[in-house]
Design a protein around this ligand. Structure first.
Ligand code: SF4
Length: 337
């Protein structure tokens, strides 16, 4: 299979919040690539930093938070060097974001067509309103929003339709990357399944790249090409959906997947319970942040942080089980590519 090109490189990204209890590293030293045309699922428990990561990619972290270090290279350009004007143009034109509750992003007193026409005219001032309207109607029809619905206000639409309007706002400007942050969480299962199918169709039809941020493992399994797993502000595992689900390497990923209800489970079998709680990030544990909960923890895990490294082609993990160190007695575990 041909290698996909890289659309965005996230290099050593950290996001810090200043709080009364001291600085909190919501995201720390995270590096990964987003590939052109892929659907990348970003998963983890609440508070693991995945939504912060989504906002950081668009440089939308609000004070008291800030991107404290790292690079964001989009199509070869470091957007960390952009000023606010450049960023405003970049958001929407290159990356667009859809949230769990689209009502927070849509203007309640603007009709659907007005949202789209305004978005086009802000980024493309030379486009005539009639052309912008024609383009909006054609696109939204492809997304299943009929012309008469274009005159509706957001509150007159269903949750699924509002999400499609948000998707449309990204696509109408030909955004290359859509970040969907828990976008299907508030929808009922039937509407959610429809939206998931639609996201896949959109990727195929428009060639857009999708970063799907969710706590829903089943959704990730269904929609993603690759999966990235976050724990306590760190990226701990990354690989293709098949490899991650068939053979999770990181003990946290294993726990996360094993604790999902499965209809194949014998009724006498118990679901896996991951012990402990995610750490308080004002005082994260030393070494591996997962060590207080990890059934495989070794002495080295309590003192030295493992690296996030490639252990097989396209397979990354941050765990001492797969890394050598003089203080570690366990032999390196080889992983089949
Ligand atoms: Fe567990 Fe150690 Fe691996 Fe952390 S580094 S996940 S504590 S084995």
């Amino acid at each position: 299979m041909a290698e996909k090109e890289v659309l965005m490189q996230i290099k050593d990204l950290s996001v810090t919040y200043e709080t009364r209890l001291g600085p909190v590293s919501a995201v720390e030293g995270v590096s990964f690539d987003i590939l052109k045309g892929e659907i990348l699922g970003l998963v983890g428990e609440s508070g693991c930093g995945k939504s912060t990561m989504g906002k950081a990619l668009m440089r939308m972290i609000q004070p008291p938070g800030r991107i404290s270090s790292g690079k964001l290279i989009f199509d070869g350009e470091d957007i960390m060097t952009y000023d606010e004007n450049q960023m405003r143009d970049f958001r929407g034109r290159k990356i667009s974001m859809i949230f769990q509750d689209p009502m927070t992003s849509l203007n309640p007193v603007q009709r659907v067509d007005e949202h789209l026409v305004e978005a086009i005219q802000v980024h493309e001032p030379k486009t005539k309103p009639s052309d912008a309207l024609g383009r909006s109607n054609t696109l939204m029809e492809r997304l299943g929003i009929q012309k008469q619905r274009m005159k509706n206000y957001p509150h007159q639409l269903s949750g699924g339709m509002r999400q499609r309007v948000m998707i449309g706002l990204g696509l109408v400007l030909n955004a290359n990357l859509i970040v969907a942050d828990e976008a299907t969480t508030s929808l009922d299962v039937i509407v959610e399944a429809k939206l998931v199918d639609q996201l896949k169709e959109i990727r195929d039809e428009f060639g857009v790249t999708l970063l799907v941020i969710t706590h829903n493992i089943a959704l990730v399994a269904e929609i993603s090409d690759r999966v990235a797993v976050m724990y306590a502000g760190h990226l701990v595992e990354l690989g293709t959906v098949e490899k991650i689900f068939d053979n999770p390497l990181h003990p946290y990923t294993y726990g996360l997947l094993s604790s999902v209800p499965n209809i194949k489970l014998d009724e006498r079998e118990e679901l896996y319970k991951m012990g402990g709680e995610p750490p308080n990030l004002t005082h994260p544990p030393k070494g591996c942040r997962f060590h207080p909960r990890c059934p495989k923890a070794m002495p080295i895990c309590e003192t030295i942080e493992p690296q996030f490294q490639e252990v097989a082609r396209g397979r990354f993990v941050k765990c001492w089980l797969y890394e050598n160190h003089p203080d570690k007695t366990t032999k390196k575990i080889e992983v089949a590519a």
